[in-house]
Write a protein that binds this ligand. Sequence first.
Ligand code: 6SB
Length: 324
Amino acid sequence: MCTAATYKTKDFYFGRTLDYEFSYGDEITITPRNYVFNLRHMGTLSKHYALIGMAHVAGDYPLYYDAINEKGLGMAGLNFVGNAVYNEVEEGRENVAQFEFIPWILGKCATVKEARELLSRINLVKTPFSEQLPCAQLHWIIADKEGAIVVESMADGFHVWDDPAGVLTNNPPFDQQMFMLNNYMHLSPKQPENYFSDQLGLKAYSRGMGALGLPGDLSSASRFARVAYVREHSFSGESEAESVSQFFHILGSVDQQRGCCEVEPGKYEITLYSSCCNGDKGIYYYTTYENHQISAVDMHHEDLDGAALVRYPVLQGEKIYMQN
Ligand SMILES: C[C@H](CCC(=O)NCCS(=O)(=O)O)[C@H]1CC[C@H]2[C@@H]3CC[C@@H]4C[C@H](O)CC[C@]4(C)[C@H]3C[C@H](O)[C@]12C
């Protein structure tokens, strides 16, 4: 499972949690403007916007899980198992392999509006990256400071949904996730009023009772409702530190602790990392399961006119600040 969200204060923030039982081996990866993408069906993409994000680099190719570009457009792929269906290559169309989708959109588009235009022509195809890395079944959130959309390639067609909630998790399909939010319209950060009965003397005996009924489990539908609620009510200062801090708190509402989601006997899904990109500044912040300290890589500290990938390892290990 995974969760993605957007957030806006003075700047635009975009990030996700990546939940799984093992890591593919990821690095914070900057793709400068002149790195040449050898596309499977579309020739080369040799001049494009610079990207920063989390990727598994295989044979010098950045397989991005989530990234932002230098224009502040962000995109993340999340599991969509059992629902994602990709197409066959069709002559005369813009055939983009699933693993090329993030560079294709972020390399060429500055805004969600431009992404919509490109999406109207795309044929997302099932060509795998390699035998070792078969096609992942994913859906995607694409977002900028103006708004977000969700892309789902399914048996019943290619869907581009408006995402006014600014969040995405996993199954079921996005329109169903949005519909289920109707179930929670009574939730509120304010204390509840007693509409139950004026005969029973009911009263709010604790703070926070306005959100009683917000699901607390780790299922995808519950995480969707929870992160949508927390994001919707989020309130923070506008500074970089306050915004980044608040963003990690939003994602913290759907954090997965080792032991609570068993995928096979003795194996647990956990939040391997959480990320927060500042889309305006091109900074990728992250924490990991083993490292709560926020680390960051700034794309503008690198030569974005280069042609070679710039890769930083994910820093692990808790750094505890001893005060005495
Ligand atoms: C495992 C992750 C989703 C985690 C998740 O959601 N776990 C809940 C399971 S469940 O939903 O609850 O059942 C996903 C998210 C992004 C993916 C990579 C995208 C690039 C590339 C695409 C290629 O085609 C295949 C290899 C590749 C490196 C992918 C590997 C893997 O697939 C990644 C990491």
